[in-house]
Design a protein around this ligand. Structure first.
Ligand code: QVW
Ligand code: ZN
Length: 333
């Protein structure tokens, strides 16, 4: 049915142990089985994003996205590693970390963005538009959006006891762009609309292999490992990470479970890509009566311990030494 319109030379090369994520038709009962186990699954053949699949092309978006300014990140290389501005050092945030942002965040209208994409040449900064869908989007996009398969989406949200839908991010990427490995604290239905993206996921239990930045660091939730050039001396367990990968095609919806790591790349030489995600709150499963704890609940506990220590120590530089003296020789063997 769907002929493969890309080849493996368009994938970036990483030294990783990878397995394929299951691709299942949306009617397959195993979809719900996997979602309920917080395991990734690629959902095919659904109508979830049908009114935008291969419709929200760069040209159509240029015409219909609207005249507001949109958030665009600029990068000198292919990587767009997210950073949390509120965790950067400033006069209003003396507890922040001294930090040089790896990308530049700016605003532009969609016409300006598309023009820069069309005129882009090697040596220019790369561009990535990342804009939450809000009340500024044009009426045609609103109509398309309202005709997503909300019955299906709502039924999954209800069945798996997810919280509210918090946002839909529209992502317009240049070919070859990479969102480096990170996790989010939300459930995600990641919808691919135009072009192809390769997604590499790792379970929350790979925490030790992926070395997340400290919680108070602007790169909180991001892996410290540079997949292009892993430092195996600093990050010796990285080689033990077991990834799950897939290439999403227009119409596909990838379930990225809460707290699962993901690295996402628009295929090289594949033209621009368009995606829309659906971020849902995790739902309030209380810790009591839920034993044994799920891996991701332990990640949440660790995050809270780090936050609490910074709260009482008041200096990010003191968190590591305290944890070290607490653990070394006592909880290590
Ligand atoms: C990508 C992602 C996205 C990955 C980026 C969001 C800013 C997510 O949907 O398509 O580049 O990480 O969770
Ligand atoms: Zn993400």
């Amino acid at each position: 049915m769907s002929e493969k319109l890309w080849n493996s030379s368009q994938l970036r090369r990483y030294d990783l142990d990878l397995e394929q994520i299951p691709r299942l038709h949306y009617t397959d009962p195993k979809v719900d089985e996997l979602i309920s186990q917080n395991k990734p699954v690629l959902i095919t053949g659904s109508n979830i994003i049908n009114t935008a699949t291969n419709v929200w092309t760069p040209e159509y978006l240029e015409e219909n996205l609207g005249n507001a300014g949109h958030t665009v990140f600029l990068s000198k290389n292919h990587k767009f590693k997210y950073f949390d501005e509120s965790k950067m050092l400033s006069r209003s945030n003396p507890m922040g970390i001294e930090f040089i942002p790896p990308t530049r965040k700016t605003r532009m209208k969609v016409g300006e963005f598309m023009k820069k994409l069309r005129e882009w040449k090697p040596g220019n900064e790369r561009l990535y538009l990342q804009q939450p869908l809000n009340n500024t989007i044009g009426p045609q996009l609103v109509r398309d959006f309202l005709h997503f398969d909300w019955d299906y989406l709502n039924s999954k949200q209800e069945k798996h006891k997810w919280g509210e839908l918090t946002s839909n991010l529209l992502l317009i990427s240049q070919e070859g762009n990479v969102t480096p490995c990170h996790y989010d604290e939300q459930q995600n239905f990641f919808g691919q609309l135009y072009g192809y993206k390769r997604c590499i996921l790792f379970p929350p239990s790979d925490f030790e292999c992926l070395y997340p930045h400290p919680v108070h660091h602007p790169h909180d939730r991001q892996s410290m490992v540079d997949f292009d050039n892993p430092d195996h001396v600093r990050f010796p367990k990285f080689k033990n990470a077991k990834g799950f990968e897939t290439v999403v095609e227009p119409g596909d919806v990838l379930y990225i479970p809460i707290y699962w790591w993901h690295h996402v790349e628009s295929l090289m030489r594949g033209g621009p890509t368009v995606s829309v995600n659906f971020w849902y709150k995790g739902g309030s499963t209380p810790f009591n009566q839920q034993y044994p704890l799920k891996d991701y609940q332990k990640i949440s506990i660790m995050r809270n311990v780090e936050k609490m220590l910074l709260g009482v120590l008041q200096d990010p530089k003191e968190v590591g030494p305290l944890l070290r003296s607490m653990v070394l020789g006592r909880y290590t063997d």
